[in-house]
Design a protein around this ligand. Structure first.
Ligand code: ADP
Ligand code: MG
Length: 737
């Protein structure tokens, strides 16, 4: 009999065990049991090929008639022609030529996926499948399957789904009694099976309901372990020491506020005081500040930074790009005026100094920044990841502000925190609004403040989709509109997805397997054009074309990440001052850039961008008193998922709603991020949006448990399981170096 920790080879024999290790990284019985079916198929649900309707999720029973491998732009495409007597169709796999070995002519299997079409031929792209093993005659095999819920597993290498089913069957047959880490009373409360029962039910369900309850219990487990881990982290953070920082009645903060050219919104007032309260504590603040682009987060952060300077501390503002760091430096210099010039003749006695530190700063300036950071003269240090490097020493780092969290890893956040004597207070800002359960799951160790209103005086942004396939002349109209805006002394952005055209920059343009998989998950067809990026607009091609064509006579300049820092800087400065009227750029302008005079944005190949990204981008216009106009140019077809996405963006300015759509579409692969990637066993089923209810439930159960018993001493198996999840997370942290 086997237990969960047993090595696979004890139960399965060397060859299979080795294949499982090689293909999936599985080592133990538990690893295999946690390889859950992706779905189940039943004979009754099978469709005739002749009756398939495009867009439907179907399962067919068919025989392989022909197999062809072709290459397109360095991709290997496996085309499998199958038939079921009613008709034939094709199955397509990208970069999975190894499937040729199992999808041999004459083999019969069940294939499940979404019906698409390519060049008029119906196809399933990357279908899940379950082959009927050699030697079984099809009729009896199918009869066997009739009424049975047959699991379809994520397959790979030499391990087709049926082989996995077989191995899991063997493991289940020899499975001993196993301890259940979920306390019995909790399982009972929700009507959940035991862990052992759940493994049986998810792999060999007798009914769909049974499979569903098992899956729910296993998903709940994941949510609960994660919540317990987060609850423990919070408790650990509470136990850390930090220097309390408080604001005096007529210090730097008061002087700064007395000069602000505007009144705080009520949201800003509220969050200012939350932060003030946090930083008065003797343990570090961990706060996430979320708010739309332009909602006024920077002032809040600045106030917090000034407040630590009052007690001799320093604040570091970490920005994701050089452009943004420079922007912040300028904005903050301007907002502070002579308060940022301490130690100079023009300086204010109560003030401080700013220091900028980015990778491309000339050596002499870098040296100067470094010494002012080290001796404490610079109260506010603004920089990119260069701030994290070894040579940077602070006199008394009191507060770390991280701008645009989604581009910073936890590791980086931690690296900066290491530079302080006591853990500094932490404020993380993000303009991508995060639904509550996501925040709870991902940032469970942070308190969350949300700015919901924009400062008054903001102009609305109107967004339209320009479908160039159906209405090519709309694009000409877009260029006309830019001319009109510039005629009114306004400015415009044109955003393109690429820097260079494909011929020039072939290597950077490879669509990865991940892209293909993602496209497939989203139900997109993958065309050969997309495989090599043909037809995608690039900055280097578009800028000169417009300058000599549709936008002739306007002052237009390109901006992209491959330009030198000086050139980027110069270009941004010229755009800020209005010298450049039209900026043709990549997404380097995505976050933080603030040119209130810009009233219009045209986004080329808008379907290339994610929902949140588009929302961020368009936040660049309508920042002043002029209403903003954003045009999303796309060759996506009417009714395609890409078009639906763009229509959603055009249809609402509600960032929360959009971030939901975005997360939904990305399947949150990168929301749970590191934790969910790879072959680790602890977070496989949980999806933060779909499982909102479960997460809420898990959270309240976890809080209850931790409150009664902070170390979970009366639930040793549960405590152990949480520690495994924790170890998994920190080992991945180490992996990343
Ligand atoms: P965010 O960082 O959230 O994108 P910013 O802090 O850059 O937004 O604010 C956008 C613009 O609004 C800036 O020019 C800022 O000076 C201005 N602003 C901030 N708060 C207010 C306010 N309460 N009233 C008017 N303008 C404000
Ligand atoms: Mg900002």
């Amino acid at each position: 009999m086997a237990v969960l920790e047993d090595p696979l080879k004890k139960v399965l024999g060397d060859r299979t065990a080795q294949a499982l290790t090689k293909t999936f990284g599985m080592k133990t019985v538990e690893d295999l049991l946690r390889h859950y079916p992706r779905r189940y198929v039943t004979r009754g649900e099978m469709s005739d090929i002749s009756k398939l309707i495009e867009g439907d999720e179907v399962t067919i029973l068919a025989e392989v008639k022909a197999v062809k491998i072709r290459r397109a732009n360095g991709r290997v495409i496996l085309d499998v022609h199958v038939g079921d007597g009613s008709d034939t169709m094709s199955l397509t796999f990208f970069n999975q030529a190894w499937r040729e070995k199992e999808l041999k002519v004459g083999v019969t299997g069940m294939f499940a996926g979404k019906v698409g079409s390519f060049k008029g031929v119906r196809q399933l792209s990357h279908p899940d499948y379950q082959l009927i093993p050699d030697g079984n005659d099809v009729d009896s095999a199918v009869d066997d399957f009739a009424g049975k819920y047959l699991p379809v597993y994520p397959a790979g290498g030499k391990l087709p789904s049926w082989k996995l089913e077989q191995s899991i069957g063997i493991v289940l047959d020899s499975l001993d009694e196993i301890p259940d880490y979920l306390p019995r009373e909790i399982a009972d409360e929700f009507g959940y099976p035991t862990l052992r029962e759940a493994f049986f039910a998810i792999h060999k369900p007798k009914s769909r309901e049974e499979a569903e309850v098992a899956r729910e219990r296993l998903t709940f487990d994941e949510a609960m372990l994660l919540q317990l881990l987060l609850a423990q982290r919070r408790a650990e953070l509470r136990a850390l020491q930090a220097t309390p920082r408080s604001i005096s009645t007529n210090g730097l903060v008061s002087i700064f506020e007395s000069r602000l050219p505007f009144k705080y919104t009520s949201g800003q007032i509220e969050i200012n005081s939350e932060i003030e309260m946090d930083m008065k504590q003797a343990h570090p603040m961990h706060r996430l500040l979320q708010g739309e682009v332009g909602s006024g987060k920077t002032v809040i952060a600045l106030r917090a930074m000034l407040s630590v300077i009052e007690s001799g501390g320093q604040a570091a503002l970490l920005a994701p790009t050089e452009v943004l760091a420079q922007q912040h430096f300028k904005t903050i210099s301007k907002l502070l005026g002579d308060l940022a010039l301490a130690g100079t003749l023009e300086g204010n006695g109560e003030g401080t100094q700013l220091a900028l530190l980015t990778g491309s700063l000339p050596t002499n300036l870098k040296k100067d920044s470094l010494s002012r950071i080290a001796n404490g003269e610079a109260g506010i240090v603004i920089g990119t990841h260069a701030l994290l490097s070894e040579g940077v020493e602070f006199n008394d780092l009191a507060l770390v502000v991280v701008d645009e969290q989604h581009r910073f890893g936890v590791e980086q956040r931690d690296a900066l925190r290491m530079k302080a004597k006591l853990p500094p207070h932490l404020l993380v800002m993000t303009a991508t609004p995060i639904p509550r359960t996501v925040a709870m799951t991902i940032f469970g160790d942070l308190d969350v403040s949300t700015l919901r209103q924009l400062p008054s005086g903001r102009s609305p942004i109107t967004t339209h989709v320009i479908p160039v396939l159906e209405k090519p002349h709309y694009l000409d109209r877009a260029w006309e509109r830019i001319k009109e805006e510039v005629g009114k002394k306004h400015q415009a952005y044109i955003v393109a997805p690429r820097i260079t055209a494909p011929e020039v920059d072939e290597s950077k343009n490879k669509i990865t397997q991940a892209d293909i998989d993602m496209a497939r998950l989203m139900g997109d067809e993958i065309t050969s054009e997309e495989l090599n990026g043909e037809g995608m607009v690039s900055v280097e091609e578009l800028a000169p074309r417009l300058a000599t064509g549709a936008l002739k006579g306007l002052k237009l300049a390109p901006l992209h990440g491959k330009q030198s820092a000086e050139l980027k800087e110069e270009t941004m400065a010229a755009f800020s001052s209005g010298e450049i009227e039209v900026l043709v750029s990549t997404t380097v302008i995505e976050v933080g850039v603030d040119v209130p005079n810009a009233s219009m944005m045209v986004i080329m190949d808008a379907d290339r961008f994610g929902v949140s990204q588009l929302h961020q981008l368009r936040g660049r216009v309508g920042r002043g008193s002029v209403p903003g106009l954003c045009l999303l140019v796309t060759a996506a077809e009417e009714g395609s998922p890409a078009m639906e996405r763009l229509t959603a963006v055009a249809g609402t300015l509600d960032g929360f709603e959009l971030s939901r759509i975005d997360l939904d579409q990305r399947r949150e692969g990168d929301v749970l991020g590191r934790a969910q990637s790879g072959t680790k066993s602890h977070l496989r089923l949980l999806r933060v949006l779909r499982d909102e209810d479960l997460i809420e439930k898990a959270r309240s159960v976890s809080l209850r448990l931790i409150e009664d018993d902070p170390t979970l001493s009366s639930f040793p198996t549960l405590a152990h399981e949480v520690s495994l999840l924790k170890a998994e997370e920190s080992s991945e942290f180490l992996d990343k170096g």
